[in-house]
Design a binder for this molecule. Structure first.
Ligand code: IPM
Ligand code: MN
Length: 354
């Protein structure tokens, strides 16, 4: 198979973890006889430094002309401490999601037996947890208009808007995933208070009627925030809007024990982007200590979702599992002793020998 991959390392630890994921993809190419081309682009603080724009037009063109996008991380503390900064790295991410139409954000969460003790949650609660969060990514309060401040600066407002079509297309995705999983969708909303949530609930309940084999549950986001860490095994596919999905997916990451393990996919009608859910971890940048597994697992999702290469994707997941089992892990996991590149090298070695 011949494919073009846009590679956007971004900020902080982005370049280091991306390097390992690309090495892993190269090992897959060799072993399974594929040809992937890697084209690098700028995004985030690095892009602001070089071009003044956190998502330059060239990067957008590169993404549009590629078959999939592999992305590292965005964010730099020099902007976090400056609330008056006009251009912020995060704007690049939001612009990219919106301009590429990446409406479905998929965040798989599972507990690894070897990491049970790394989670602050009780083992018996989280053992066996395995679900995905399907988060709407390009609408809702993140993008709704009007937004801003009153002239005297004493009032601020954001607007949450959803159309039925926006809800339907993400609902369709959630049901497709449920079809291949445990056949359960849980919609999280605040339909007791919000008009947008009532439209979500009405639309999803109506849509679900076509799929009698899929169980639909509708929960309020506040009580689900409790259940996601007290009864995580009850979930299979969580379907929710942009802001609720942002919050619940960070909360759910506690189940896994390390943020450094969680990959994600952002899927649009034409193209999809793959990235670890953690941030740019600036304190670790350049030190070769960050966990590359989430990015490597994101590359596995890329092969499965964008290229349909299931066997290749499973080989990566198996190699990551083996590295964990055998203790080839970075310091965030059970005080691991390996560096970023040692973990990457081991995973490549395991792919070659599986
Ligand atoms: C995420 C991040 C982003 C979001 C930020 C960096 C804009 O938290 O991908 O979850 O809020 O969507
Ligand atoms: Mn977030």
């Amino acid at each position: 198979m011949n494919k073009k991959i846009a590679v956007l390392p971004g900020d902080g630890i982005g370049p280091e973890i991306i390097e390992q994921a690309v090495n892993v993809l190269k090992a897959i190419e060799k072993k399974y006889n594929h040809q992937f081309e890697y084209h690098y682009g700028l995004i985030g603080a690095t892009a602001i430094d070089k071009t003044g724009n956190p998502y330059p037009d060239e990067t957008h063109e590169l993404c549009l002309s590629s078959d999939a996008i592999l992305f590292g991380a965005i964010g730099d503390p020099k902007y976090d401490n400056d609330p008056s900064a006009k251009v912020r790295p995060e704007q690049g991410l939001l612009k990219m999601r919106s301009n590429l139409g990446l409406y479905a954000n998929i965040r798989p969460v599972k507990s690894y037996d070897i990491l049970l003790d790394a989670s602050p949650l009780k083992n018996d609660r989280i053992k066996g947890a395995d679900f995905i969060v399907v988060r709407e990514l390009i609408s809702g309060i993140y993008f709704g208009k009007p937004r801003g401040r009153s002239e005297d600066q004493t009032i601020a407002y954001d607007t949450c808007v959803y159309t039925k079509d926006e809800i339907l297309r993400i609902t369709e995705k959630a049901f497709q995933f449920a079809q291949h999983r445990k056949k359960k969708v849980t919609l999280l909303d605040k339909a007791n208070v919000l008009a947008t949530s009532r439209l979500w609930r009405e639309t999803v309940v109506e849509y679900a009627k076509q799929f009698p084999d899929i169980e639909l549950e509708c929960n309020y986001i506040d009580s689900a925030a409790m259940e996601v860490i007290t009864k995580p095994t009850k979930f299979d596919v969580i379907l929710t809007e942009n802001l609720f999905g942002d919050i619940i997916s960070d909360e759910a990451s506690v189940i896994t024990g390390s943020l450094g393990m969680l990959p994600s996919a952002s899927i649009g009608a034409k193209i999809a982007l793959y990235e670890p859910i953690h941030g740019s971890y600036p304190q670790a940048a350049g030190k070769n200590i960050a966990n590359p597994m989430a990015t490597i697992l994101s590359a596995a999702l890329l092969l499965e979702y964008s290229f349909g290469l299931l066997e290749e994707s499973r080989a990566i997941v198996a190699a990551v599992d083996k590295a964990m089992q055998e203790g080839f892990v970075t310091e965030d996991i059970n005080n691991g002793k390996c560096s970023t590149s040692q973990v990457g090298d081991k995973i490549v070695e395991f792919i070659n020998s599986i």
